[in-house]
Ligand binder design. Structure first.
Ligand SMILES: Cc1cc2nc3c(=O)[nH]c(=O)nc-3n(C[C@H](O)[C@H](O)[C@H](O)COP(=O)(O)O)c2cc1C
Length: 192
Protein backbone atom coordinates (compact mmCIF):
# COMPACT_ATOMS: atom_id res chain seq x y z
CA UNK A 1 0.00 0.00 0.00
CA UNK A 2 1.42 3.36 -1.02
CA UNK A 3 1.41 6.25 1.45
CA UNK A 4 2.69 9.69 0.48
CA UNK A 5 3.68 12.24 3.11
CA UNK A 6 3.79 15.83 1.84
CA UNK A 7 5.16 18.42 4.27
CA UNK A 8 6.13 22.09 4.36
CA UNK A 9 8.64 23.26 6.94
CA UNK A 10 10.47 26.53 7.66
CA UNK A 11 12.88 25.50 10.42
CA UNK A 12 12.82 21.72 9.99
CA UNK A 13 10.36 20.68 12.72
CA UNK A 14 7.63 19.47 10.36
CA UNK A 15 10.21 17.77 8.18
CA UNK A 16 11.60 15.87 11.20
CA UNK A 17 8.10 14.81 12.22
CA UNK A 18 7.40 13.64 8.64
CA UNK A 19 10.51 11.47 8.72
CA UNK A 20 9.62 9.94 12.11
CA UNK A 21 6.06 9.25 10.90
CA UNK A 22 7.46 7.54 7.79
CA UNK A 23 9.74 5.34 9.93
CA UNK A 24 6.91 4.41 12.30
CA UNK A 25 4.62 3.50 9.42
CA UNK A 26 7.20 1.21 7.83
CA UNK A 27 8.05 -0.34 11.22
CA UNK A 28 4.37 -1.01 11.83
CA UNK A 29 3.53 -2.59 8.50
CA UNK A 30 6.01 -3.94 5.97
CA UNK A 31 3.35 -3.54 3.25
CA UNK A 32 3.44 0.24 3.54
CA UNK A 33 5.55 1.93 0.89
CA UNK A 34 6.07 5.41 2.25
CA UNK A 35 7.31 8.35 0.20
CA UNK A 36 8.20 11.66 1.89
CA UNK A 37 7.97 14.79 -0.26
CA UNK A 38 8.64 18.48 0.37
CA UNK A 39 5.51 20.38 -0.72
CA UNK A 40 7.80 22.56 -2.88
CA UNK A 41 8.50 19.48 -5.04
CA UNK A 42 4.97 18.02 -5.03
CA UNK A 43 2.68 18.18 -8.06
CA UNK A 44 -1.12 18.59 -7.69
CA UNK A 45 -1.51 14.98 -8.93
CA UNK A 46 0.51 13.75 -5.95
CA UNK A 47 -2.24 14.97 -3.62
CA UNK A 48 -4.59 12.48 -5.26
CA UNK A 49 -3.36 9.24 -3.72
CA UNK A 50 -5.08 5.89 -4.22
CA UNK A 51 -4.48 4.84 -0.60
CA UNK A 52 -3.44 7.61 1.77
CA UNK A 53 -2.04 11.12 1.67
CA UNK A 54 -0.52 12.42 4.89
CA UNK A 55 0.00 16.18 4.89
CA UNK A 56 2.19 18.00 7.43
CA UNK A 57 2.00 21.74 7.98
CA UNK A 58 3.21 24.25 10.57
CA UNK A 59 1.39 27.47 11.46
CA UNK A 60 3.24 30.78 10.97
CA UNK A 61 2.59 34.53 11.19
CA UNK A 62 -0.28 34.27 13.68
CA UNK A 63 -2.62 31.73 12.17
CA UNK A 64 -1.25 31.46 8.62
CA UNK A 65 -0.12 28.56 6.44
CA UNK A 66 3.59 27.77 6.38
CA UNK A 67 4.75 29.71 3.31
CA UNK A 68 5.86 26.73 1.17
CA UNK A 69 2.21 25.64 1.18
CA UNK A 70 0.85 28.80 -0.50
CA UNK A 71 1.13 27.57 -4.11
CA UNK A 72 -0.05 24.03 -3.42
CA UNK A 73 -2.99 25.35 -1.41
CA UNK A 74 -4.13 27.48 -4.35
CA UNK A 75 -3.60 24.67 -6.86
CA UNK A 76 -5.86 22.42 -4.79
CA UNK A 77 -8.78 24.50 -6.08
CA UNK A 78 -8.27 22.81 -9.46
CA UNK A 79 -7.74 19.31 -8.05
CA UNK A 80 -10.55 16.80 -7.58
CA UNK A 81 -9.78 14.67 -4.53
CA UNK A 82 -13.02 12.71 -4.35
CA UNK A 83 -12.21 9.11 -3.54
CA UNK A 84 -8.97 10.08 -1.74
CA UNK A 85 -8.24 9.70 1.96
CA UNK A 86 -5.95 11.99 3.96
CA UNK A 87 -4.58 12.43 7.46
CA UNK A 88 -2.94 15.57 8.78
CA UNK A 89 -0.27 16.49 11.28
CA UNK A 90 0.59 20.00 12.35
CA UNK A 91 3.39 21.80 14.16
CA UNK A 92 2.62 24.78 16.36
CA UNK A 93 3.45 26.49 19.61
CA UNK A 94 0.61 26.45 22.15
CA UNK A 95 2.54 28.58 24.67
CA UNK A 96 3.45 31.54 22.46
CA UNK A 97 0.52 31.34 19.99
CA UNK A 98 -2.29 30.08 22.18
CA UNK A 99 -5.09 31.86 20.24
CA UNK A 100 -4.03 30.53 16.84
CA UNK A 101 -2.66 27.17 17.88
CA UNK A 102 -2.40 24.84 14.84
CA UNK A 103 -4.64 27.10 12.72
CA UNK A 104 -2.87 26.10 9.49
CA UNK A 105 -3.77 22.45 10.02
CA UNK A 106 -7.43 23.50 10.30
CA UNK A 107 -7.25 25.65 7.16
CA UNK A 108 -5.67 22.82 5.14
CA UNK A 109 -8.17 20.30 6.53
CA UNK A 110 -11.12 22.41 5.34
CA UNK A 111 -9.59 22.77 1.88
CA UNK A 112 -8.95 19.03 1.44
CA UNK A 113 -12.52 18.22 2.57
CA UNK A 114 -13.87 20.87 0.19
CA UNK A 115 -12.01 19.15 -2.68
CA UNK A 116 -13.80 15.88 -1.86
CA UNK A 117 -11.24 13.95 0.18
CA UNK A 118 -12.13 11.98 3.29
CA UNK A 119 -10.27 12.60 6.57
CA UNK A 120 -8.92 10.10 9.07
CA UNK A 121 -6.56 10.58 12.01
CA UNK A 122 -8.52 13.02 14.18
CA UNK A 123 -6.83 13.37 17.55
CA UNK A 124 -8.15 14.20 21.05
CA UNK A 125 -7.54 17.72 22.40
CA UNK A 126 -7.75 16.64 26.03
CA UNK A 127 -4.03 16.70 26.85
CA UNK A 128 -3.33 20.10 25.29
CA UNK A 129 -3.47 23.60 26.82
CA UNK A 130 -4.32 26.43 24.39
CA UNK A 131 -7.01 29.10 24.07
CA UNK A 132 -8.26 28.78 20.50
CA UNK A 133 -7.58 26.80 17.33
CA UNK A 134 -9.08 26.50 13.85
CA UNK A 135 -7.92 22.89 13.89
CA UNK A 136 -10.54 21.81 16.44
CA UNK A 137 -13.52 19.75 15.31
CA UNK A 138 -16.65 19.26 17.46
CA UNK A 139 -14.96 20.89 20.47
CA UNK A 140 -12.84 17.94 21.49
CA UNK A 141 -10.75 16.76 18.54
CA UNK A 142 -7.98 18.20 16.43
CA UNK A 143 -8.40 17.49 12.72
CA UNK A 144 -5.00 15.75 12.85
CA UNK A 145 -2.03 15.11 15.09
CA UNK A 146 -0.96 18.30 16.91
CA UNK A 147 2.76 18.51 17.74
CA UNK A 148 4.56 21.25 19.66
CA UNK A 149 8.34 21.17 19.48
CA UNK A 150 8.68 24.40 21.48
CA UNK A 151 6.69 23.47 24.58
CA UNK A 152 6.18 19.71 24.48
CA UNK A 153 8.97 18.14 22.46
CA UNK A 154 9.22 15.36 25.04
CA UNK A 155 5.76 14.15 23.94
CA UNK A 156 6.38 14.16 20.18
CA UNK A 157 7.65 10.63 19.72
CA UNK A 158 5.00 9.03 21.93
CA UNK A 159 2.23 11.02 20.19
CA UNK A 160 3.50 10.00 16.76
CA UNK A 161 3.66 6.32 17.70
CA UNK A 162 0.06 6.33 19.00
CA UNK A 163 -1.26 8.36 16.08
CA UNK A 164 0.42 6.14 13.47
CA UNK A 165 -1.26 3.09 15.05
CA UNK A 166 -4.62 4.87 14.99
CA UNK A 167 -4.21 5.97 11.35
CA UNK A 168 -3.23 2.44 10.35
CA UNK A 169 -6.38 0.99 11.97
CA UNK A 170 -8.61 3.62 10.39
CA UNK A 171 -7.00 3.03 7.00
CA UNK A 172 -7.83 -0.67 7.27
CA UNK A 173 -11.48 0.21 7.96
CA UNK A 174 -11.57 2.52 4.93
CA UNK A 175 -10.13 -0.31 2.80
CA UNK A 176 -12.65 -2.86 4.12
CA UNK A 177 -15.48 -0.43 3.40
CA UNK A 178 -14.19 0.17 -0.15
CA UNK A 179 -13.82 -3.60 -0.74
CA UNK A 180 -17.37 -4.21 0.54
CA UNK A 181 -18.76 -1.42 -1.67
CA UNK A 182 -17.07 -2.75 -4.78
CA UNK A 183 -18.32 -6.27 -3.98
CA UNK A 184 -21.87 -4.94 -3.62
CA UNK A 185 -21.54 -3.08 -6.92
CA UNK A 186 -20.26 -6.14 -8.77
CA UNK A 187 -23.06 -8.31 -7.27
CA UNK A 188 -25.62 -5.70 -8.31
CA UNK A 189 -24.19 -5.66 -11.83
CA UNK A 190 -24.33 -9.46 -12.03
CA UNK A 191 -27.96 -9.51 -10.82
CA UNK A 192 -29.04 -6.70 -13.16
C1 LIG B 1 6.79 34.34 13.79
C2 LIG B 1 6.15 33.01 14.21
C3 LIG B 1 4.78 32.89 14.14
C4 LIG B 1 4.18 31.69 14.56
N1 LIG B 1 2.80 31.59 14.55
C5 LIG B 1 2.22 30.48 15.08
C6 LIG B 1 0.81 30.41 15.21
O1 LIG B 1 0.06 31.33 14.88
N2 LIG B 1 0.27 29.27 15.73
C7 LIG B 1 1.04 28.21 16.14
O2 LIG B 1 0.49 27.22 16.61
N3 LIG B 1 2.40 28.26 16.02
C8 LIG B 1 3.01 29.36 15.51
N4 LIG B 1 4.37 29.42 15.40
C9 LIG B 1 5.18 28.28 15.85
C10 LIG B 1 5.64 27.37 14.70
O3 LIG B 1 4.56 26.77 14.05
C11 LIG B 1 6.56 26.29 15.27
O4 LIG B 1 7.77 26.87 15.65
C12 LIG B 1 6.81 25.12 14.35
O5 LIG B 1 7.47 24.10 15.06
C13 LIG B 1 7.60 25.47 13.11
O6 LIG B 1 7.69 24.33 12.32
P1 LIG B 1 8.56 24.29 10.96
O7 LIG B 1 9.97 24.52 11.35
O8 LIG B 1 8.35 22.95 10.41
O9 LIG B 1 8.00 25.35 10.07
C14 LIG B 1 4.98 30.61 15.00
C15 LIG B 1 6.38 30.77 15.04
C16 LIG B 1 6.95 31.95 14.67
C17 LIG B 1 8.46 32.08 14.79
Amino acid sequence: MKITIIYGSSTGNTQNAAEIIADELTNLNADYQVEVLDVCDATPEQFNQPNLLIAGISTWDIGELQCDWFDAYEQLDDTDLSGSTFALFGLGDAGAYSDTYQDAMGILHDKLLERGAKAIGYWPTENYIYDDSRAVIDGNKFCGLALDEEGESDKTEERIIEWVKQVSKELELVKQHADASSLTTSLRNKLA
